[in-house]
Design a protein around this ligand. Sequence first.
Ligand code: 6CS
Ligand code: FE
Length: 325
Amino acid sequence: MKFIEAEIFTMSVNNKQTPNQVKDFYPSRGGKTAQLIQRQDPVLYAATASNSPIDYKLVKQYEQQGFLVLDDVFTEKEVCCFQQELDSMRHDDRRKASEQTITEPGSGDIRSIFNVHQNSAMFKKLASDVRLAGLAQYLLGDEVYIHQSRVNYKPEFRGKGFYWHSDFETWHVEDGMPRMRALSMSITLTENYQHNGPLMMIPDSHKDYAVCEGDAPAEHYKSSLKKQEYGIPSDSSLQQMVEKGERIVTATGKPGSVIIFDCNVMHGSNSNITPYPRSNIFFVYNAVSNRVAEPFSTNPPRPEYICTRKHIQAIAPQTVQFILD
Ligand code: 6CS
Ligand code: FE
């Protein structure tokens, strides 16, 4: 009996499989060596030309390079509504004091406000807008829910950047997202110029998974949301990805554009030292079939305002109107 027990125990440790833990297809950190391994999931799930809500050529471009910029998704009037909400949130003392609001290291300026799909009626509505949630459902081939939402203000003069990373590596290791069946939609609320810290993407990088070294400390999010130091790729992995993608692309667009990017595309952004804020709202759509399990690390799960876990609810995409007060 002893032998059999030992065997079962050994097998489960090697396959990182325990009764309540799903298989770890993308191990990272925890003593691992930095390297690129092949993605084991499709980018598009059952998305066919016949039921595409956008030009199918754009869908194929998204599949191929891992991101897509759609211009003029929202009207100027709608963008004005979003900017009004953005400003009122920014000046709300109660919000500023909340743990869901992250400030810039040093200046104290607001860097991000998380969980806006729950704590803003307007952005809750926006998250279910068919132009976003409907497209996410189509690309992911499943019902979707919001895994995470945030406004990144990237304020003028002192907005700090975000070092290169794959969102999926963090969402897998620290939140327990099993597979690559999620995507982000970033709605530009101010002009995203070449010079004010736009999102930078490495094309095709979503096809490889950059295993990271190091071990995130407990409550890593308390520092990583200000400045991420764990769950970032090695220089060599980055070098290989840029060589493979042959370039770095900046996602620019006027307010009301939508930048869609696969959960695993390598991206980052520089600081903003210009007088022009680069404020975007991000909704992360995860397939309901890919709901988070236990984290693939020894740390406890991150709080609900960073990773939806207790209140997973499929979105019913709807046609919504935004009107100025
Ligand atoms: O830890 C996270 O979930 C966040 N970190 C970054 C740098 N991007 C994704 C997400 O907002
Ligand atoms: Fe990110």
